[in-house]
Write a protein that binds this ligand. Structure first.
Ligand SMILES: [Zn+2]
Ligand SMILES: [Zn+2]
Ligand SMILES: [Zn+2]
Length: 157
């Protein structure tokens, strides 16, 4: 198959060069679709519109309200409150962690901090060494630990 081969699109009937069709790389043999790129993308768009319409029809404001009411009935307002609080708390923890690691990795990249190559707990080398924070308020104060020691620290807490 060469790049100048022509193919007729099954959908629009247009005769186009092979690179106007979607290339599908497969381990055994790479092939091209029989529908041209333009038609493929239009089809996808149309499908998406249909799905969105269906979703809109299905989940009208009344339906969503009813679903929410039923959920409350089944789980109780208490459950929902705890659920939301937990979610919020986890979300904050995740954000803090991301910020701390961002600062740490920046410090490593700029050479302010040298990443550990040896576990500070057991002295193991040539293995995966992870950073551990005792205090997320001090992003640059890290302990370098092997995965085992790191795991132990977190499970023993
Ligand atoms: Zn076409
Ligand atoms: Zn260790
Ligand atoms: Zn840790």
């Amino acid at each position: 198959m060469n790049d100048t081969e022509l193919r007729t699109c099954k959908k629009c009937g247009g005769v186009k060069e092979i690179n106007e069709f979607v290339r599908v790389p497969r381990p055994k043999k790479t092939y091209y679709t029989y529908t041209c790129k333009k038609c493929v993308s239009e089809q996808a768009k149309a499908k998406w519109f249909v799905r969105r319409e269906e979703y809109r029809k299905k989940y009208t404001p009344e339906v969503t309200k009813e679903l929410r009411r039923r959920f409350k009935e089944r789980h109780g307002a208490e459950y929902i409150n705890t659920y939301q609080r937990e979610y919020y708390k986890n979300n904050i923890a995740r954000r803090i962690r991301a910020r701390v690691y961002g600062r740490l990795h920046y410090a490593i990249r700029t050479g302010k901090i040298i990443a550990g190559i040896k576990c500070e707990q057991c002295g193991k080398e040539h293995c995966k060494i992870e950073s551990h924070h005792e205090d997320y308020n001090k992003p640059l104060e890290v302990k370098w630990l092997c995965t085992e020691c790191h795991g132990l620290i977190h499970t023993s807490k």
